[in-house]
Design a protein around this ligand. Structure first.
Ligand code: AMP
Length: 112
């Protein structure tokens, strides 16, 4: 499948990795919107949050257990934001499930 994040997960396209295990990968966003901007993806292809089912409960739980580890590793002691854009109205530009971790500054509260 020609999916950018599948290719990054496979190592065919380079990324700046901050965490990796058998199921997930975290790497730095190429166009950071905050001093720390990391993307966390499952290695298996899932299009977005809209495709999640109970079947993915363990995987999503794992992602959310690793996110605070990454935040600690990155020194985000002041807090951070986790965002997943889902579909065109949310501006999702890469159709492979990903969670943005944003931090390192006081983030705007604007949500829309
Ligand atoms: P979204 O717009 O929520 O789908 O987020 C996709 C994100 O992927 C954007 O923040 C892009 O900057 C980021 N991105 C696109 N290509 C790459 C890449 N090759 N390496 C790292 N981040 C990327």
């Amino acid at each position: 499948m020609d999916c950018l994040f599948c290719r990054i997960a496979a190592g065919d396209i380079p990324s700046t990795k901050v965490y990796e295990d058998d199921a997930i990968l975290a790497f730095r966003d190429i166009n950071p919107q905050a001093p720390t901007h990391i993307l966390v993806i499952p290695k298996a292809h899932i299009g977005s949050v809209a495709e999640l089912t109970e079947e993915h409960a363990a995987l999503v739980g794992h992602i959310f257990a690793v996110i605070p580890q990454i935040a600690r590793q990155e020194g985000l002691t002041g807090g951070f934001r986790v965002v997943s854009n889902c579909g065109p109205d949310a501006g999702q530009s890469v159709p492979h499930l990903h969670f943005h971790i944003l931090g390192g500054k006081e983030l705007s509260l604007e949500m829309a």
